[in-house]
Design a protein around this ligand. Structure first.
Ligand SMILES: [Zn+2]
Length: 66
């Protein structure tokens, strides 16, 4: 049951909402306002940039090392 939930989440993340084709992670940018967050940009080969996702980045660890 756990695996089913994970695969569903991955599918929705990897499919283009416009044409349904597979999309891939193309950009990772730091969030312009919220420190510690990053924006992932997903591109579809047919439709271009179709999706973005805000995630927690590892910038805190990097700062600590500096
Ligand atoms: Zn598409």
């Amino acid at each position: 049951m756990r695996l089913q939930g994970m695969s569903l989440a991955r599918e929705s993340k990897d499919d283009c909402p416009v044409c349904g084709a597979r999309i891939r992670l193309a950009e990772v940018e730091p969030h312009p306002i919220r420190a510690g967050l990053a924006i992932l940009g997903f591109h579809c080969e047919a439709c271009g940039p179709v999706k973005s996702l805000v995630v927690v980045s590892q910038m805190k660890n990097q700062r600590r090392l500096c």
